[in-house]
Design a binder for this molecule. Structure first.
Ligand SMILES: NC(=O)c1ccc[n+]([C@@H]2O[C@H](COP(=O)([O-])OP(=O)(O)OC[C@H]3O[C@@H](n4cnc5c(N)ncnc54)[C@H](O)[C@@H]3O)[C@@H](O)[C@H]2O)c1
Length: 271
């Protein structure tokens, strides 16, 4: 398939997990990519794998929550490729606690990465779209895909910060779908259930990820994970490639007249 031939796609958090799978799926479909991740080594690794598909990859490493990130991210695409066709807001992590144990730091970190960073990136994209609209008539079809979660649709125990942020992503998506129809941009989101990544791996000990110098616990204890899998009608956790295909659909011409939609990719789990 060559659904994204010669398109320029920017994906945050594409050094691992769902973002990486989306980047490789896009590359297989002919897109050139701007890869981002907090961790530069994994971003470079994704870029190397992308180039094996005969397309180009540029890396814009760094923290999506940094105030100067959106400009740097879009500028990388424009400097290297001269165009922006697709933006996927995917970067993020979880930092759980029941509400009376949730600190302001935990709340702010999760709201910043999942909601404020996409808002700022899309605000920057909005400036670009307005400029383009002065000369590009009619405007080319462009795509935004935001990554949200079933936690943002139905809430989740211990995730008041994450569920609030991901719910905010739904509002942001639906609002920009209304604002950007006139620019020929579709704005959609995918709400994932459980997808096999380091966020959902079976916890063996006290695995952590280093995010902003803070050790964030990752993985799910076996008993909780097993219980969750029992609730999934398809009886299993999704593969990153399956997650990537749902993002591809919303980034491709196949979804040309779909905007403001939240696609649930959950193996049948309904919220
Ligand atoms: N895995 C799931 O079951 C699941 C379910 C619902 C939603 N999601 C969402 O999918 C997205 C991807 O998660 P994943 O499961 O692939 O996790 P992952 O940890 O495998 O990958 C996320 C990547 O984002 C990067 N990242 C984190 N914070 C960043 C920051 N501030 N700046 C730049 N990069 C940053 C990480 O370094 C990592 O490489 C997240 O938004 C997550 O909330 C995942």
């Amino acid at each position: 398939m060559n659904l994204l031939k010669n398109k320029i796609a920017l994906i945050t958090g594409s050094g691992r997990g769902i973002g990486k799978a989306a980047a490789l799926t896009f590359a297989r479909n002919g897109a050139n990519l701007v890869v981002n991740d907090l961790d530069e080594d994994v971003a470079n690794q994704t870029a190397e794998e992308i180039r094996k598909f005969g397309v180009e990859a540029a890396v814009c490493a760094g923290d999506v929550t940094a105030a100067d990130f959106p400009e740097r991210f879009l500028k990388t695409a424009l400097d290297v490729f001269g165009e922006i066709d697709i933006i996927v807001n995917n970067a993020g992590f979880t930092w759980d606690a029941i509400i009376y144990k949730m600190t302001d730091e935990m709340w702010d970190a999760i709201l910043n990465v999942h909601l404020k960073a996409p808002f700022r990136i899309l605000r920057e994209f909005g400036k670009y779209l307005r400029l383009k609209s002065e000369t590009e008539k009619p405007m080319n079809a462009r795509k935004v895909v935001n990554v949200t979660s079933v936690a943002g649709l139905g809430g989740n125990f211990g995730q008041s910060n994450y569920a609030s942020a991901k719910s905010g992503v739904v509002g942001l998506t639906k609002t920009l779908a209304k604002e950007w129809g006139r620019f020929n941009v579709t704005v959609n989101a995918v709400a994932f259930g459980a997808i096999e990544t380091r966020l959902t791996m079976e916890k063996e000990g006290n695995e952590t990820a280093d995010i902003h110098g803070i050790k964030i616990p990752i993985g799910i204890p076996k008993n909780v994970r097993d219980m969750f899998i029992k609730m999934i009608p398809m009886g299993r956790i999704g593969k990153p490639e399956e997650a990537a295909h749902s993002i591809l659909f919303l980034a491709s011409p196949l979804s040309g007249y779909i905007s403001g939609h939240i696609l649930e990719c959950t193996g049948g789990l309904v919220f």
